[in-house]
Design a protein around this ligand. Structure first.
Ligand SMILES: Cc1cc2nc3c(=O)[nH]c(=O)nc-3n(C[C@H](O)[C@H](O)[C@H](O)COP(=O)(O)OP(=O)(O)OC[C@H]3O[C@@H](n4cnc5c(N)ncnc54)[C@H](O)[C@@H]3O)c2cc1C
Length: 286
């Protein structure tokens, strides 16, 4: 197995393009190294992205934030402006694993591992985050919800990597939140994860984005759930409609952590709680 540490995303993409065998990108390694040790993957080439210029930086741009692909969860929590703008995204990322995992795990790694239960992904989707993708011949930007195609599968081409994740500058009176349910108090995989982002005008919800995790092959945006609360002050009937729309969007697996019925109902229950937090963060009063 070869190990390379390129200094630019383009060089990393060129290495991916040239490799004839199995090539894997290494960000924090909290998924990849586990799979390596368990013999689930046998790379011919490992490309460490932590030496790429700007990969370890969180930049404030005119349009919002640019989070480099190697920035670990713990650094997100230390960034005051990011936390103020997108508390739900930062909280979701900080739910990943333990302190040790937080020192390494990245948003891009969480996204590209493509687990349906990845915690930061619904929160990024609700926030309108985008992935900046670099390939050997071209660059492109895609909405986060378009990256995962199914469990362990992404739309990235063989020669592509995510260089950074961008988050928009939130409009005034915007609030986001994420909650997951796990059977234990920590260090577990979400049975359901829900993220909500709302923007208010004159006390009512002007626009909303609602995303679900762990209830379908990929995390997903649920426009019907957003429609249920737009124009409302999150009154009880709006919350009920939100819950119904979230449950209706679920097509979960049945496993030891939760039955299909349980996950479906839980998605609605959690959505109501998350929406209330996002609404309050946006300055709303119900
Ligand atoms: C003990 C433990 C607890 C965990 N708890 C949670 C949890 O609570 N919630 C949760 O969601 N996850 C959890 N995880 C999973 C893991 O920590 C996260 O998915 C993490 O965000 C992965 O990020 P990473 O940087 O470590 O990814 P890596 O392991 O480096 O990479 C993951 C995958 O993405 C690919 N990849 C990485 N970076 C890029 C890039 N820039 N472009 C393209 N492909 C890339 C890699 O090749 C690999 O296939 C846990 C893992 C462990 C070991």
């Amino acid at each position: 197995m070869r190990y390379e540490k390129p200094t630019s995303a383009k060089k990393a993409a060129d290495l991916l393009a040239q490799e004839k065998g199995a090539a894997f990108l290494l960000a924090g390694g909290t998924d990849l190294l586990v799979k390596l040790k368990m013999g689930m993957v046998e790379p011919d080439l490992v490309i460490d992205i932590k030496h790429i210029a700007n990969a370890n930086e969180i930049q404030i741009t005119p349009k919002g934030f640019r989070v480099g692909a190697a920035v670990p969860g713990a650094r997100l929590a230390e960034h005051t402006a990011l936390k103020k703008a997108w508390p739900g995204v930062v909280e979701a990322a900080n739910l990943i694993g333990s302190d040790q995992i937080q020192g390494r795990c990245t948003l891009a790694g969480n996204l590209c591992n493509a687990s349906p239960a990845a915690d930061s992904v619904p929160a990024m989707i609700a926030a309108g985050a985008k992935a900046v993708i670099v390939g050997a011949k071209k660059r492109r930007t895609l909405a986060v919800e378009k990256i995962a195609l199914g469990p362990g599968q992404t739309c990235l081409e063989k020669d592509e990597l995510i260089e950074s994740i961008t988050l928009p500058k939130p409009a005034p009176r915007t609030g986001d939140a994420y909650l997951r349910f796990i059977p234990r108090t920590e260090m577990d995989i979400a049975v359901v994860g829900v993220a909500v982002c709302v923007t208010l005008a004159r006390g009512r919800i002007k626009s909303a984005r609602v995303a679900l995790g762990a209830v379908a092959p990929t995390a997903m945006l649920v426009p019907a759930a957003a429609r249920a609360i737009v124009g409302t002050r999150l009154e009880d009937d709006a919350l009920e409609k939100l819950a119904r729309a979230c449950s209706a969007a679920c097509s979960p697996i049945d496993d030891k952590r939760g039955t299909i019925e349980y996950r479906t109902r839980l998605a609605g229950v959690l959505a109501k709680r998350v929406a209330k937090i996002a609404f309050a963060r946006a300055g709303g009063q119900s």
